[in-house]
Design a protein around this ligand. Structure first.
Ligand code: GLC
Ligand code: CA
Length: 611
């Protein structure tokens, strides 16, 4: 143990030396070029090759609370994560995105931070983090951190000060406004129900919170706030982390008129997501983040850009815009929304889904880079939502969904447990849920306004609620799914006995082994990374088919999204010689003119045409 600690300290020192060297090289390149353009400077010292690696990478998201409990208190932690790095190495992923591990009162499970430069006690210490980072690096795995800087916790010392008086030094770190005739300053709604304004008695004013009232929004207009954020980011970068996933970064710049926003049918408040996101100074701020922090390091960056449009994405993740490497768009995960937002039990229409995916695939081509995801810690489980989680079809449809996603253009994200085909929960009581979004929505829609009947709401929550993704990871079929030796902080899905890592890692027909194949294939197959995307048969309600093309090489990807057989006519080119099967979820080799796809069948063929 002692030896291991010395070893990781040495590793850290070595890494820091390397980082310093890269930094000085880049500074030199910048001076030589008198470069305004940071990327030109990067190209000059060869760093650009290095930093494009995120295109080839697969990113794995860890939600620390639910991944692995290392000390038996029922809560996942940093030591637990470190103990599972070999599992991730075996899966073959390149980068871990770590959901927040910072000090937090846990109103929103760590997305409410009270100290950016310390860890949540339940998760361990900063030393535990350093150990995890160096152990990941020793395995060639990078770690990108969640950066939550649209808001802090109301228990952050800045806010504790800010609310004390109108003249406090920290007052303007947050957004304070006078009420209007005893009402909030405007009609803005919070993402977590209710008004986005909270009245504070001490100074008889309201503060803005786009999320929970325990998550006051920072005032990015104030240069001091931005400097504090950059200082903190630099501190983490100097520790050797590999990048950031920037939480709701599209919301940091607020329209300074603070005018009422249009109210959508079925809503009680102004729609912040549609009318406030991508605010007037957001791109200026992101460029500043680059200038002040990011360019000094070799990082991977992804923005969670709620409300993003194609036009905006080209700015956020444009190849030459000096903002982010890629963004998360939300259109495909909002398709099944209804009049009360996400609280429906609607099923996504495949034709609509293809339309949205096609739009993002083709319209960012050559201009910006996509992030590809079916689920994350805010979304229901992929197989339950887009596939079929019945005993009969769960495995086969999980593999189909994986193929469909990993073969598209962009960087694929795997959310913990997705690689096992984990499913949604089926809780029957409100008390079983933990999520603040769920609890607030239940209160507003069921208890206060009687818009949805209690049973209906529970059904919708089981379909769309965030706790579906947050029940603990299934490691084995032993007690508590091998996640903890204690009492888990949230109920474990009882189907862990059938669905767990232990039974899948050595089974070559498992969902896990299939993901492993896809992840490795990406390293071998440039078409998966660079090929242009071409949708086929946009109007079919059962089949999602597309091609990826580079010059005279192409991939044909065909996915049956239904439990019915589906006939598919294979394009001529693929019926010629040289066509090779790359992967599929049924056995059998070779294409015929008409392929009869079995339930949830998928296959990928590669053609290298001789010209
Ligand atoms: C992002 C996070 C979500 C969180 C919210 C507020 O959407 O992904 O989990 O609740 O921001 O920080
Ligand atoms: Ca623990």
């Amino acid at each position: 143990m002692h030896f291991r600690i010395i070893q990781w300290k040495l590793n850290i020192r070595k890494e820091n030396r390397l980082k310093r060297k890269t930094f000085f090289n880049r500074q030199k390149a910048r001076r030589v070029l008198f470069a305004q353009d940071l990327y030109a400077a990067e190209a000059a010292d060869g760093v650009i090759m290095e930093s494009k690696k995120w295109k080839q990478s697969v990113i794995y998201q860890i939600y620390p609370r639910s991944f692995m409990d290392g000390n038996g208190d029922g809560v996942g932690d940093l030591t637990g994560i470190a103990s599972k790095l070999d599992y991730l190495k075996d899966l073959g992923i390149d980068i871990i995105w770590l959901s927040p591990i910072y000090k937090s009162p846990n109103e929103d499970n760590g997305y409410d931070i009270s100290d950016y430069q310390d860890t949540m006690e339940e998760f361990g210490t900063l030393e535990d983090f350093d150990y995890l980072l160096s152990e990941a690096h020793a395995r060639g795995i990078k770690i990108i951190m969640d950066l939550v800087v649209n808001h802090t916790s109301d228990e952050h010392p800045w806010f504790v000060e800010s609310r004390k008086s109108k003249t406090n030094h920290y007052r303007d770190y947050y957004i304070w406004k006078e009420g209007k005739n005893g009402q909030p300053p405007n009609n803005w709604g919070s993402y977590f129900s209710g008004s986005a304004w909270q009245y504070d008695e001490t100074t008889d004013m309201y503060y803005l919170h786009l999320f929970s009232k325990k998550q006051p929004d920072l005032n990015w207009e104030l240069p001091k706030v931005r400097d504090e954020v950059y200082k903190m980011m630099t501190w983490w970068c100097d520790k050797g982390i590999d990048g950031f996933r920037m939480d709701v970064i599209s919301l940091i710049s607020k329209d300074q008129s603070y005018a009422d926003l249009p109210v959508q049918e079925g809503n009680l408040y102004g729609n912040v997501d549609r009318y406030l996101a991508n605010g007037p100074r957001v791109h200026e701020f992101l460029k500043e983040i680059n200038r002040k922090v990011l360019f000094k390091y070799d990082l991977v960056t992804v923005g969670e850009t709620t409300g993003v449009t194609i036009e905006e994405a080209k700015k956020y993740a444009g190849f030459n815009t000096n903002e982010l490497n890629m963004v998360f768009q939300f259109e495909h995960v909002n398709l099944d929304n209804g009049i009360y937002g996400k609280w429906t039990d609607k099923r996504v229409s495949l034709v609509e889904l293809k339309k949205v995916m096609n739009k993002w695939q083709t319209e960012l081509e050559g201009a910006a880079w996509n992030s590809l995801y079916w689920n994350n810690h805010d979304q229901p489980r992929a197989v339950s939502r887009f596939g079929n989680d019945s005993e009969q079809y769960r495995v086969i449809s999980a593999k189909m969904l994986a193929t469909c996603l990993h073969m598209m253009k962009g960087t694929p994200y795997i959310y913990q447990g997705e690689e096992l085909g984990m499913t949604n929960n089926n809780f029957d009581k409100l008390e079983d849920f933990n999520d603040v979004e769920i609890k607030n929505a239940y209160r507003e829609l069921v208890e206060e306004n009687h818009l949805i009947a209690p049973d209906d709401m529970i059904r919708c929550i089981n379909k769309r609620g965030r706790d579906n993704a947050r029940t603990p990871m299934h490691w084995s079929n032993t007690e508590n799914a091998g996640f903890t030796t204690g009492a888990p902080w949230i109920k474990i899905n009882p189907n862990y006995k059938d669905i767990n890592a232990g039974s899948q890692i050595h089974d070559e027909n498992s969902v896990f082994s299939y993901y492993k194949k896809l992840v490795h294939m990406r390293k071998q197959e440039p078409l998966m990374v660079e090929g242009t995307f071409h949708l086929r048969l946009p109007d079919r309600e059962d089949i999602f088919a597309y091609e990826r093309i580079i010059k005279n090489e192409k991939l044909l990807v065909v996915c049956n999204f239904t439990e019915k057989e589906a006939a598919f006519e294979v394009p001529e080119d693929y019926l010629k010689q040289n066509c090779k099967k790359l992967i599929g979820n049924y056995s059998g080799e070779g294409l015929q003119k008409i392929m009869k796809l079995k339930p949830y069948e998928t296959f990928v063929y590669k053609q290298s045409l001789i010209i």
